[in-house]
Design a protein around this ligand. Structure first.
Ligand SMILES: [Zn+2]
Length: 465
């Protein structure tokens, strides 16, 4: 079998692995958008293989860097099935529609004014029609149930933690007289995620393709998310302008934060502040979490059964229309604001940051890693001023950081995972992907005491296994 590392090789985004078996059968594991700073967006349409010759696509999860290029694949002639879990289908639908909307919006803007803001999106990669084609072609499967693609070739989803419905993919195929097995971890989660379970350990593997996002980092926060948020809530000044602004991704992080706040409310610990959630996508994502609550971890599932829902509590105010926005903007008391995107590189959060960055009574709580080049990264660098939508703002708000909501394991957790896999396998090779070169190289050194054969593939490198 020949595997080609089409994306997420020595970088984080654009996850895509092309597998070609001896008889010509082709599988794509993930079909993500590459949005690295040094990659032209249009390049996403240049596939390294003929899309119409691919037999099946298998998706690990709904994040755009794992499924966001799927409509482009359909636009380029792919007409097979896409396999994923039920929550991945539901989340991918809203995320892909949103991606199409952003791309088409950017295209529309171009014909008007505002040329400076055009970034590199010369033209949209796909439209709503391709999103529909992608969604209509999806076949959902549960965890731990092997699916036969053809004689002597099957795959299985196992839980990866990370976000709702996220899976690792284990593929088995017959090679002459033996059966070979390879697993793609996809993005892994952590043992103690607020809403989803821990990653499941794949067994009897020959090969492992493993993510190394945090291959050189240690998560520092060991406390419970509720205790961490309470620190910030208790620190809020007693002023009408007091704000705790939390940028959060619509899928996963927004739900984790709201769930924590809901629990604090039930425990009677949440101070008397209004909590504004300004993220339509986050709200849709929350509804999907409610609908597929049998995919949550045990604790969250029990909570949902007991309280009817996970995210709604009396102090929460969902911003849905213009009127709600006015209410939020004219709020004259301490308030918490949750909005997306998490790295602040776009979305409604930019407006909230612009409104609060010069406010000394505001804290901007960054709840996760921010890629260089994003507004979040600039704030974490403690710059004295930042540029938002073409305007320079001095930073007077307090900038804070926590890794308590990180959806990826740190290097120790990754190492433990790898040890567990190796104990149940006969690993011939481990491929490290989904991390910047330094993270992956550091992680390779970090795990070097064993006799593991580790390889960090280049983008578009092919390996025969
Ligand atoms: Zn992810």
């Amino acid at each position: 079998m020949k595997i080609t590392f089409c994306g997420a090789a020595r970088q984080v985004t654009g996850s895509m692995y092309h597998l070609q078996f001896e008889d010509g059968y082709q599988i794509l594991v993930d079909c993500g958008l590459d949005y690295e700073r040094n990659t032209k967006f249009e390049k996403n349409a240049d596939f390294r293989f003929a899309p119409r010759l691919v037999d099946a696509v298998v998706l690990t999860h709904a994040h755009i860097d794992h499924c966001g290029n799927l409509p482009t694949l359909f636009a380029a002639g792919f007409n097979g099935h896409v396999f994923c879990t039920e929550p991945t289908l539901a989340l991918a639908e809203i995320l892909l529609q949103d991606s199409a909307r952003i791309q088409l919006g950017k295209k529309l803007n171009r014909s008007r004014k505002n040329r400076r803001k055009q970034v590199q999106h010369e033209k949209a990669l796909f439209g709503f029609k391709h999103v529909k084609e992608a969604i209509d072609s999806m076949i959902t499967l549960p965890f731990n149930k092997p699916f036969k693609l053809r004689e002597g070739l099957e795959f299985e989803f196992i839980s990866a933690g990370h976000i709702l419905g996220a899976a690792s993919v284990v593929i088995s195929w017959n090679n002459e007289d033996t059966t070979q097995r390879i697993a793609f971890t996809g993005d892994l989660g952590r043992e103690n995620n607020e809403i989803v379970g821990a990653p499941h350990i794949p067994e009897d593997l020959d090969y492992l393709v493993m993510e190394g996002t945090y291959g050189s980092r240690d998560h520092t926060e060991q406390r419970d998310a509720g205790d961490v948020l309470m620190d910030f809530l208790e620190d809020m000044k007693d002023s009408p302008h007091s704000r705790l602004v939390i940028p959060a991704f619509s899928v996963g992080r927004t739900q984790s934060i709201l769930f924590t706040l809901h629990k604090l409310y039930r425990e009677g610990r949440l101070p008397a502040v209004r909590v504004f959630a300004d993220s339509p996508l986050g709200q849709n994502s929350g509804e999907i979490h409610q609908k597929y609550n049998n995919w949550l971890n045990k604790q969250a599932r029990r909570y949902a059964e007991e309280h009817g829902n996970l995210f709604a509590f009396r102090q929460l105010f969902l911003v849905e229309d213009k009127e709600d926005e006015e209410t939020m903007n004219s709020h004259n008391a301490p308030g918490v604001l949750i909005s997306s995107a998490g790295m602040m590189d776009g979305g409604r959060i930019q407006r909230h940051i612009a409104n609060n960055i010069q406010n000394p009574d505001a804290t901007i709580l960054i709840a996760g890693y921010c890629t260089p080049g994003t507004l979040g990264h600039e704030l974490l660098e403690r710059r004295s001023s930042v540029r938002i939508k073409g305007r320079e703002y001095p930073v007077f708000a307090r900038i804070a950081y926590t890794d308590v909501y990180s959806a990826h394991p740190d290097r120790n957790e990754l190492k433990t995972y790898l040890k567990k896999v190796n104990a149940k396998s006969r690993l011939k090779k481990v491929f490290l992907t989904h991390g910047d070169p330094e993270s992956l190289q550091n992680f390779e050194l970090f795990i070097s005491e064993g006799d593991l054969d580790v390889h960090i593939p280049q983008k578009n490198e092919s390996v025969e296994i």
